[in-house]
Design a protein around this ligand. Structure first.
Ligand code: MRU
Length: 357
């Protein structure tokens, strides 16, 4: 199975990304040398998915320091901190964003006494490393997670966790496609994922391209399906995992976990260690992004709710660790108690540094 798409890449001094808001109707690539364009793309979900946001932010910092108006190292430093500050205000929940920005800041600090040209190459190496580590993490997550999947499984997934959301083959989706290559997957139930329809628009598109049998369901169908014993496992991604294993992921994940427990279906969370934030002790401390009312009252620009209606639009929820059967990372499969298994993780030193405050 080929990777469906490359979400974000560095091409000859520019960043190229696929505009995810146009999918599946149109496959539009955008190229830019302005870091603010990347920040806007993150804010407007043209670039989305925790790991992809991190990679895009790292490349955006690289764009900022390549500005042709930079004449001195002082200018470069100013631009770098401005860009990091600007990018850090795009979306609050996915910790990969802050991890990547931290790594770029530290890479600069390590190289700051060198000539400008070696600062540039040091920063480029770091951004490429963030990208490459995610490619490798996705592969490993797929390999490890597929071991948990039984032959002939129907799995249910939420949101989009594939190539579009990462630099590699995805997190939860990498498990699904790896298990499919091992002929273990019968079908994939894909939640449409209101309000932005990442499941309907992106996950269905990616998985169908890879030849899997996809059954699209509304978000409220999962309970009925589990009651009918049609789901063998739920596999989702994460935007931030607290030190105790509480999981922030796309709104609608928590009800799935409750249903899975009720129906004795394993509930798996797949995420690279760059999504684990040990500085955030519990899920209650994770900032949950709320988005604008029109994203709920309108579908594809068409109003579906009465003018003036009040709207509450958090786009993530928190699943308590007790509902999570296992967390699959590139460094191993974590089991409860998560405070211990997360503390015992043998991470790459870069990830430990990235998530320091
Ligand atoms: O708002 P989004 O589309 O950025 O939310 C994405 C998710 O919730 C994904 O499940 C998560 O980032 C994991 S992506 C590998």
């Amino acid at each position: 199975m080929e990777r469906t798409v490359t979400s974000v890449e560095w091409v000859a001094g520019k960043v190229r990304f696929i505009d995810q808001t146009k999918l599946p109707g149109e496959e539009v690539s955008v190229e830019t040398s302005d870091y603010r364009v990347i920040a806007d793309a993150i804010r407007t979900l043209q670039i989305r998915g925790a790991p992809a946001i991190g990679v895009a932010a790292a490349f955006a910092v690289l764009l900022a320091v390549h500005d042709k108006d930079i004449a001195s190292q002082q200018d470069l430093e100013k631009k770098l901190y401005e860009a990091i500050n600007y990018l850090s205000q795009t979306r609050p929940t996915a910790v990969n964003l802050f991890g990547a920005l931290n790594r770029m800041r530290r890479a600069y600090e390590q190289a700051s006494s060198s000539a400008m040209v070696s600062i540039w190459s040091h920063l480029e190496l770091e951004a490429r490393a963030i990208q490459q580590e995610d490619v490798e993490a996705c592969r490993k997550i797929g390999e490890l997670g597929a071991e948990l999947i039984q032959q002939g499984s129907s799995v249910l997934t939420h949101c989009n966790t594939g190539a579009l959301a990462t630099a590699g083959d995805g997190t939860a989706q990498s498990i699904i496609t790896t298990a499919a290559r091992q002929n273990k997957i019968l079908r994939v139930f894909v939640d449409e994922t209101r309000p932005h329809f990442q499941g309907a628009r992106l996950t269905s598109w990616e998985l169908m391209k890879q030849g899997l049998e996809v059954v699209l369901i509304t978000d409220s169908t999962a309970g009925f399906l589990m009651q009918q014993k049609e789901v063998n496992a739920v596999i989702v991604g994460a935007d931030r995992i607290a030190g105790n294993g509480d999981v922030a992921n796309k709104i609608g994940t928590y009800p799935l976990a409750v249903l899975a427990e009720r129906h004795m279906v394993p509930f798996y969370v797949a995420a690279p260690t760059s999504t684990i934030d040990v500085n955030t002790k519990t899920g209650e401390q994770i900032p949950v992004e709320e988005r604008k009312a029109h994203e709920v009252t309108h579908v594809s620009g068409v109003r579906i709710a009465p003018e003036g209606v009040k709207v509450f639009a958090p786009v993530f929820d928190i699943t308590q660790n007790g509902l999570v059967t296992a967390i699959i990372t590139e460094c191993g499969i974590l089991k409860p108690p998560y405070v211990e298994s997360i503390a015992g993780l043998k991470r790459q030193p870069t990830q430990a540094v990235a998530n320091e405050t």
